[in-house]
Design a protein around this ligand. Structure first.
Ligand code: HQG
Length: 183
């Protein structure tokens, strides 16, 4: 596997489908690297221990963390698998956070607000540039502003993953701004 394929495969297994290679994660998302590699190989994927460690170290996004003893790996956020329910500490967000989405989702978001979809949280960022990149994954990007300060004042919890991604359960439309005139 190329390093990119390996990272994508690891993301799929650790966030969404550990059972696809017979792997069980703990509630905090940890897997033994040896078990991840063995499961992948048994499923016909040529993944090596070195590729897993490399994926954990690579990239600005810091999707993964290794345990202190180096034996285990986990995805830091983005889980949809019910095996994982990470215990994030509440954190005080900046007054404004950003959410990058695609223009084709805006009408629905304006009515329903931001929903986590298949993931366990809505993902937000502290800077607009990151939000543009996240939105571009889905089509023509549009960045919405989230009144995180207002939400927190009303009791909505925020968490900050170790890689800087902000997480919350959902965002009601009244906390969103930055709509284009066409929506
Ligand atoms: C949209 C990547 C219609 C939402 C990124 C998004 C991020 C709605 C899409 C992380 C909606 C879900 C997460 C509503 C939300 N109606 N559409 N009511 N509410 N949406 O991929 O935030 O590369 O699950 O705007 O960097 O794009 O995986 O979430 O467009 O941090 O490490 O539904 O994934 O990181 O898409 O991305 P996603 P996301 P990784």
């Amino acid at each position: 596997m190329t390093p990119e394929d390996a990272s994508r495969f690891i993301a799929y297994v650790l966030r969404h489908a550990p059972e696809s290679i017979g792997l069980t994660l703990d509630a905090e998302g940890w897997a033994e690297i040896d078990a991840l590699v063995a499961g992948a190989v048994a499923a016909g994927r040529a993944l090596t221990h070195a590729q897993v460690v490399q994926a954990a170290d690579a990239g600005a996004k810091k999707r993964y963390a290794l345990s202190a003893d180096g034996r285990c790996i986990r995805a830091l956020q983005g889980h949809s698998t019910p095996q994982v329910r990470r215990s994030f500490e509440p954190a005080e967000p900046p007054a404004v956070l950003f959410h990058g989405t695609a223009t084709r989702f805006l009408a629905s978001i304006r009515t329903e607000g931001l929903r986590p979809g298949t993931r366990q949280h809505v993902h937000l960022s502290a800077d607009e540039a990151t939000a543009v990149q996240v939105g571009q994954r889905h089509g023509k990007a549009h960045v919405l502003r989230v009144d995180a300060g207002g939400m927190q004042a009303l009791g909505h919890a925020f968490h900050r993953a170790e890689n800087g991604v902000w997480l919350t359960d959902g965002v009601q439309p009244r906390f969103l701004s930055g709509w284009p005139s066409s929506v």
